[in-house]
Design a protein around this ligand. Sequence first.
Ligand code: URA
Length: 409
Amino acid sequence: MHIPTLIARKREGEELSKEEIGCLIEGYVSGVVADYQMSAFAMAVFFKGMTAVETAALTNAMIASGDVFSHPKGAVVVDKHSTGGIGDKVSLILAPLVACAGCRVPMVSGRGLGITGGTLDKLESIPGFRVGVSMDEAGQILDKLGVVMMGQTDRFCPADKKLYALRDVTGTVPSIALITASIMSKKMAETLDRLVLDVKYGTGAFMKTREDAETLAEGMRAVGKEMGVEVFALLNEMSEPTGRTVGNVLEVIEALECLDGGGPADLREVVLDLSEKIAGVSRSELEALIDDGSARRKFEELVAMQGGDPADLPRLSEIHKAPVIREVISENGGTVIGVDAGKIGQASLELGAGRSRAEDAVDFAVGFDCLVKSGEELEAGGTLVRIHARSVEAAVAAEVKVRAAISVS
Ligand code: URA
């Protein structure tokens, strides 16, 4: 197969066959197709889209690039995946919580993508936490704890591992076909009974409108149905960040507050909304599993099994302390009428919480906390947000951006 011709045909909006798509993905994983060719292909898909048949073929080719999980008979295997948001630390709470309800949760997540943060980067801010566990080890952790949180590996969805990193740095993330194949290949290879999708739309999401989010949800539901998985999709607006923190370690700290029964109300709400769909127990039972400390203990066990030390969790803010912490003060009093998630996400990325090149390391310490929420009353001189930055220059640049993102009237 001549790859440049295939790229050019997609550029012209032609429909590719299942075999052509299979060949492209196989070639990409084996190294025959170069990163620059795959970048061009991803950009062609971004502009021209894919038909439902092509999207299903892409998803299947990505699943086939690696192995799939198998689970003990009788296990109820569930998972959740978000299409990407700002301050979205839901998985860190939901995975241990749903495991406490008796489910098996083989959660395969991603790194930061575009302006959105990634669960893997957040977990790695816990010293020693290994997201790169093998499938055999993942199976052992699942047997012991009922939950594992890991990334794609060279054996599990390697096509998504490579393509995901490439899309992140080539402006090719917000494509319905590419998002569908990325998410559903991981989720279907987990061999699930039930999946809940948190489909975001708004300024801080890849889908800017509810209509596009509905189309994305519909496409992902269709793939799940074809593979015999019960898929629930909740549409959630992402115009404002979830909770009051954005940035890797800052989000883990907030997730721990939620696991302790506290934290921001909107975060707890979305955790419960999504968990309820898959856990097979009532909302009040889920609340009890948070409030009695079970979910927190499960998270600590998971940290210990995956190489971290639970004793570090209360010290995360000291372990990753940004050199500059700058409070942004409101000049006027009034009601907060908007906190633009897209602008906050961009500012966080520029502080170093995300990547510009695939090989970049993220800065765990930087980002925002104490972020105001819409509807809150603020006095003149009150705190809009705190910036955690590597340098004074970075903090000053971020201040300009967050001031433009927060409206008080
Ligand atoms: N999450 C994923 O795993 N992939 C995407 O493309 C977007 C969000």
